[in-house]
Design a protein around this ligand. Structure first.
Ligand code: DAH
Length: 345
């Protein structure tokens, strides 16, 4: 019996070496025969009791080697089969089929308009300055010549942060003016785009969050005429070379004198009558000469320097440009709305 056990081992070694697993069924048959729970090697291990004592060790090693051989054959056959399956899948690909549709993203209309405004001012030397949305009372109001008891604070309903009387969500990008003026001396020529917040009831025409672009120019001998020329250049770049503007006197605490700028929109159709309230003129920004008090608050000498500032809302301009009738659409992120802007950059 023991002689036949030695012979059997040799026979199995040959069988394993000659095995070629041509498919998954053959591989599974091999596994069951040599490695399954009732595999044929088990009976060889059982034979060990019939082996002469001085050869038991050698026999045991031989059977273990046989088992290791079966295992390595199994795993190499398996990986051969898997890679030939992959090859097969490749060759059955049809390269002439159209590709799966690719969903291309698009810029948000507010970003499109904001980037356009930034481009226009960068061309004449303004530098983008971005600042925090959580501001303190001083930079948002006090430094901007709007002390605590000032009635102008009522113009902008403010979100204060919980448990804080000084920290708030900035109500306008004018807060960037005080940040910049307290950290650098003139000449200053910045443009500050960003999001602002006001505690307002949400409707088709107003929202509690929106975007503004602020401009600030301070140097020696800056005049109201410089401001007017800069804003005329902007209006013509933005709305076309024949655009007309007008400056109406207005009031802002941080500028003196202050103005609002209108562009002539025209009265071509009914909609023009509605959006311009029958005048043909459309207000797009607030502006003015920086109030000397603001310069003093920010440690800039008003005897040496003068400057102008302006601030404009973005949503309204995006709504006019793209004929959007409800501001809420700009904040809902509905792809059906947003993808309409995919062809504009
Ligand atoms: N901060 C003003 C607002 O939010 C807009 C504004 C008006 C900004 C006049 C200015 C300015 O810089 O000079 O209503």
């Amino acid at each position: 019996m023991s002689d036949s056990a030695w012979g059997q081992i040799e026979a199995y070694i040959k069988e394993i070496e000659n095995t070629e697993c041509s498919d998954n069924d053959a591989l599974e048959q091999f596994r069951i025969r040599f490695l399954g729970s009732k595999n044929i090697l088990k009976s060889l291990f059982g034979e060990i009791k019939n082996i002469e004592n001085d050869r038991k060790k050698e026999y045991g090693q031989k059977v273990n080697e046989l088992k290791a051989l079966a295992e390595s054959k199994y795993s190499s056959c398996k990986s051969d089969l898997q890679s030939s399956e992959r090859e097969g899948a490749k060759s059955s690909m049809d390269f002439s089929l159209p590709s799966a549709p690719f969903q291309q993203g698009s810029r948000h209309p507010v970003s499109i308009v904001m980037n356009r405004i930034i481009d226009i001012f960068e061309k004449i030397g303004f530098v983008v300055s971005e600042e925090r949305e959580i501001e303190d009372d001083w930079h948002n109001f006090t430094a901007m010549n709007t002390p605590e008891d000032h009635p102008a604070r009522d113009m902008q309903d403010t979100f204060y942060l919980k448990n804080s009387v000084t920290n708030l969500l900035r109500t306008h990008t004018s807060s960037v003016q005080s940040r910049v003026m307290t950290s650098q001396q003139p000449p200053i020529r910045i443009i500050a785009p960003g999001r602002v917040y006001r505690n307002e009831t949400i409707s088709a025409r107003s929202h509690c969050q929106f975007h503004q672009v602020e401009g600030l120019f301070i140097d020696k001998d800056v005049s109201f005429a410089d401001m007017k020329q800069t804003l005329l250049y902007f209006a013509r770049e933005m709305y076309g070379p024949d655009t007309k503007i007008r400056l109406r006197p207005s009031y802002f605490p941080f500028t003196e004198p202050s103005a609002e700028m209108d562009v002539y929109w025209g009265l071509k159709d009914e909609i023009d009558y509605r959006i311009t309230k029958g005048t043909g003129w459309l207000e797009i920004l607030g502006c003015g000469m920086v109030d000397p008090n603001v310069l003093i608050n920010c440690n800039i000498d008003p005897e040496v320097y003068t400057g102008f500032a302006f601030g404009m809302g973005i949503e309204r301009q995006a709504m006019l440009k793209y004929n959007i009738s409800d501001i809420r659409l700009l904040f809902e992120n509905d792809v059906r709305f947003l993808k309409q802007f995919s062809s504009v950059i």
